[in-house]
Each structure stands twice: as structure tokens, then as C-alpha cells.
Design a protein around this ligand. Structure first.
Ligand code: CA
Length: 496
């Protein structure tokens, strides 16, 4: 071997070794979880940078659902990979297990991030966690959930100004100066600090949870006049009562929405989009800094939301909590190593699938008690077999206040909840349901059983769902009211 051949041989050997090292390097993760961002009302449209960075350069899952259309239960499902019935976080209150001691002692120490921590990942969380996080009765700001070693947790529910953060257990108050305190931007600053600390010595998992576009829908001043000529989409079910085929809460809404309520709905729609522009800036800044640090190529970026939203559908002003498509469908975009660019996946995926997917992508074993299924086979060119799921559960435990609703004498204490707009209530005791959503190239249906006056104990007693369709039918026959309806379901399966 002459000296040239000798050097070429060793150079190629080094390249090969470098390749092996690169292939085996555990991937990094960035997850951006928005709050209440719909997909059916155009919730992704204002995010031009995000659409370019993650949708165009990644994969979009066009049938992504949450199994519980409410913040705290859905977030608990994302963290655990379990249906709400199995983690028992039923609503947004401590008594409904939102950040309760029960949650902390039984589920929080086993969330997906604890497995990443054990594998040596550097971990980071910033923004809204569970709605009751930081409250004194459940451990206050000193409580840092297991597995997160860089913690910037928002105390309480989403807001944009005048909030408290727990920064690694230290209480930090913020005021209302847009330049210093706008929460989405504050979360971004902490996120960039974390990205800039990365030197490649260990992989990282960064979870970012901005308040947008949740109430109170406060845009950053720079964006407060955007979209002024837009109105909320007038879907076929906009501003009309649900009719006799719907359950009690939907029959209670006005036959036609008053113009003043429609005006408020349009205003909320515009402000939601405006708040999302700050999220779009966040995605762009994180992307630019990952690229600058040469971390982008080995980093998965997930973009999704904890629940959908409605704006005038079935004459409900604005909120979530319903079983219909607008509340249970959310965006899901993913980019990363080997993720195909610019494609749409029709296979139904769920919030409970996120945890097992993260774990599989990092080659970490998935715990047996997880309900979700990894959709990693769609994201990496490998041997994995995609799931053949064609049905899944959607469930919600309706809330009602035990006090009379001021100005709404038609309702008794204990009946309804969230009735601020013209006494139109967004939730009720019998808005408790379990549904089986069937979605495949052959079926596109939702079948639901509601908690009703006669049979209120019997609807939600399934403990571990192995065959949800069969089990629900067994439960439903003869004992409960059974609704089987085709609900404004966009048939994306038939679109190509
Ligand atoms: Ca939410």
C-alpha cells in the first residue's frame, strides 16, 4: 500500500466509524404543545413559518385526535400515554385529580419523561403544565414533576400577563410589560437558553407549552391589528341549535345565536389567530438556534395541541369539552431525522400515542400499561409495523357547579357549568360520555353513550379497554340511551 492509499483507506475507515456513531446517537426532541388550538376551523393557517419548517419539511397527521377534549385530562394522557379512565385525571379541578396528590403519587413519577431521564437525557419543560400546577394545596411552586431537570412551570391556567412561574422551584412573578412579561415570549427566552446550553454531550428533550390560543386570547401588541377583516368560519352547524338528535346540553342552546354573541365569536377568532403569531415566531427562533448549534439534523420537532375548539358550532359560543370533530381533532406535525417531507398520513393517531412514540424513537422500552400505540413506524425508515387501529375511545366527565348560575334562573344548582355568554352553557353533569370513534377506509362514525338522569351510574365503568367497540355495545344495549350519528365528519379517507 503506497502512502496515498494508506491515507485514503484510513480516511474512509474514519468516515465509516463517524457514520456508525452518528446513526447510534440518541435523537433529541422538541415538543411544542399549544393550548386549545383547533384544526377544523383553520387553526394552522396563521402559522406560516411553522407550516414551512415542520409541515412542508415534515409529515402531517391529518387524523390526529385527543381522547378527552379538555386541557388537564388530555395533558395527563400525553404525559402517561393512558386514557383518562386509567390515569383518573377527570377534569381541570384538584377534586377531578388535575395535579392532585393522587396524580403526583400514582402517575406523575411514571410519565414518559422519567424514562428519558433514566437514559441520561437532559430535560426541559416550560409553560402551562396541568391547570392546577403550583397551587399551595398540591405542593406549591416547590413541586417539580419527576423527570424534568430544567423546570419553568406556569402556576395555574393559561394567561399572557400577570402570572407566576416556578423556575426550578423558585417563585417568579411577572407583570404586564409586553417587552418583559408576554408569556409566549418569556417561554421562548428560557427555551433558547436551554438550546444554547446544549453541547452535544448528552441528548435532550425539550417540552414547550405556550398559552396560545387559549383564553383570554391576548395578542402581543405587534400583532393586535392583524386579521382585522376575518370572521370565524361559518360552518354548516354555525349558530344553529343541535336539534332533537343531540343530547340534552346541545338541545338547550339557542335556536339562532344573537348577533351580539356572533360579534364576540368573531372577535375571539381573530384574537386566537393573533396569539398564534407569537407561537409561530417561537417555532422559527427555536429552529434557527437548533440549526446554528448543528443540532437540527438529529432532532425531532413535534407540533400539536391538547384539545380542539369550537366557535359558534351548534350555537355554543366558544370552548371545548364536546365529542364533535371541532373539539377532538387537533393538529399534529412532525419533522426529524428520516421523517418524510411534505406528506400526509391518514392513519388515526391519538394524544395517548405520543408518549410511546417518543420512547420508540429513542429506543427506550415502552411500558406495558400504556394504552396508546407508537406511530414511530411512520416517522423512521425501519422495520416497525404500523398499527392497524380503526377505532378508539373519546370520553369526558361533564362538570356542573353546585351553586345557582347568577342571571340564569332556568338552571338549578348542580346542572350546568361555564355559562358566561348569554346563559349558554358549555358543560353539564350529563355532558358525560364515552364514545367509540371508528375511522378507516370503510367507516367514519362516532357512537356515544351519555350519562342520563335514569342511569347515571352505568356509563363509564369500563376499566381497561381491550376491545372498545364490543365493550361499549355491551354496555349500551338496553341500559343507556344510545346515539349513533354521523357528525359533520370530514371524510379525509375518501379525498384521494
Ligand atoms: Ca387546552
Amino acid at each position: 500500500m503506497n502512502s496515498n492509499s494508506f491515507y485514503t483507506f484510513h480516511f474512509l475507515l474514519l468516515l465509516q466509524l463517524w457514520g456508525i456513531l452518528c446513526i447510534n446517537r440518541p435523537p433529541n426532541f422538541v415538543v411544542i404543545l399549544t393550548d386549545d388550538q383547533d384544526i377544523t376551523l383553520g387553526g394552522l393557517i396563521p402559522l406560516e413559518k411553522t407550516n414551512s419548517i415542520i409541515k412542508k419539511d415534515g409529515t402531517e397527521f391529518i387524523n390526529m385526535f385527543v381522547t378527552t377534549p379538555l386541557c388537564c385530562p388530555s395533558r395527563a394522557s400525553i404525559l402517561t400515554g393512558k386514557y383518562a379512565r386509567n390515569h383518573q385525571v377527570r377534569n381541570n379541578s384538584v377534586s377531578g385529580n388535575c395535579n392532585s396528590l393522587y396524580w403526583q403519587n400514582n402517575h406523575e413519577d411514571k410519565t414518559f419523561i422519567t424514562h428519558f431521564k433514566k437514559k441520561g437525557y437532559s430535560t426541559f419543560y416550560a409553560g402551562k403544565y396541568l391547570n392546577q400546577y403550583g397551587k399551595n394545596e398540591v405542593g406549591g411552586v416547590k413541586h417539580i414533576p419527576s423527570g424534568w431537570d430544567n423546570w419553568v412551570g406556569l402556576v395555574g391556567n393559561s394567561r399572557y400577563y400577570n402570572y407566576t412561574l416556578s423556575i426550578n422551584g423558585r417563585k417568579v412573578e411577572h407583570g404586564s410589560d409586553p417587552q418583559k412579561d408576554y408569556l409566549t415570549n418569556v417561554i421562548l427566552e428560557h427555551s433558547l437558553d436551554f438550546v444554547n446550553q446544549q453541547n452535544g454531550s448528552s441528548p435532550f428533550f425539550m417540552f414547550v407549552s405556550p398559552p396560545s390560543p387559549h383564553a383570554p386570547f391576548t395578542p402581543f401588541p405587534q400583532y393586535k391589528n392583524k386579521f382585522s377583516n376575518l370572521s370565524a368560519p361559518r360552518t354548516p352547524n354555525f349558530g344553529i341549535n343541535g336539534g332533537m338528535r343531540k343530547h340534552w346540553l346541545l338541545r338547550e342552546t339557542p335556536k339562532i345565536l344573537p348577533p351580539s354573541v356572533i360579534e364576540s365569536i368573531d372577535d375571539v377568532f381573530r384574537n386566537r389567530w393573533r396569539t398564534l403569531l407569537s407561537v409561530d415566531d417561537m417555532v422559527h427562533e427555536v429552529y434557527v438556534n437548533l440549526k446554528r448549534k448543528k443540532l437540527l439534523e438529529n432532532t425531532y420537532i413535534f407540533f400539536t395541541s391538547d384539545n380542539g375548539f369550537h366557535l359558534g358550532q351548534f350555537s355554543l359560543p366558544w370552548d371545548k369539552r364536546q365529542l364533535y370533530e371541532f373539539d377532538v381533532r387537533v393538529p399534529l406535525l412532525v419533522r426529524g431525522p428520516a421523517v418524510e417531507k411534505g406528506i400526509e398520513i391518514k392513519h388515526p393517531v391519538l394524544n395517548i400515542d405520543l408518549a410511546p412514540t417518543f420512547l420508540e424513537l429513542a429506543n427506550i422500552p415502552i411500558p406495558e400499561d400504556v394504552d396508546g400505540e407508537s406511530f414511530a413506524p411512520y416517522l423512521k425508515k425501519s422495520k416497525g409495523k404500523p398499527s392497524n387501529r380503526t377505532s378508539f375511545i373519546i370520553e369526558h366527565q361533564g362538570e356542573s357547579t353546585n351553586k345557582p348560575i347568577p342571571g340564569c334562573p332556568q338552571y338549578k344548582a348542580g346542572e350546568v357549568h361555564t355559562c358566561e355568554i348569554n346563559c349558554i352553557c358549555e358543560d353539564s353533569w350529563n355532558n358525560t360520555y364515552i364514545c367509540v370513534r371508528q375511522l378507516s377506509d370503510k367507516e367514519n362514525l362516532i357512537s356515544c353513550v351519555f350519562k342520563d338522569r335514569e342511569l347515571e351510574q352505568n356509563t363509564c365503568s369500563i376499566q381497561k379497554v381491550k376491545n372498545p367497540k364490543k365493550r361499549l355495545k355491551q354496555k349500551a344495549l338496553g341500559r343507556n340511551r344510545f346515539f349513533k350519528t354521523k357528525e359533520n365528519v370530514p371524510n379525509k379517507w375518501g379525498s384521494k
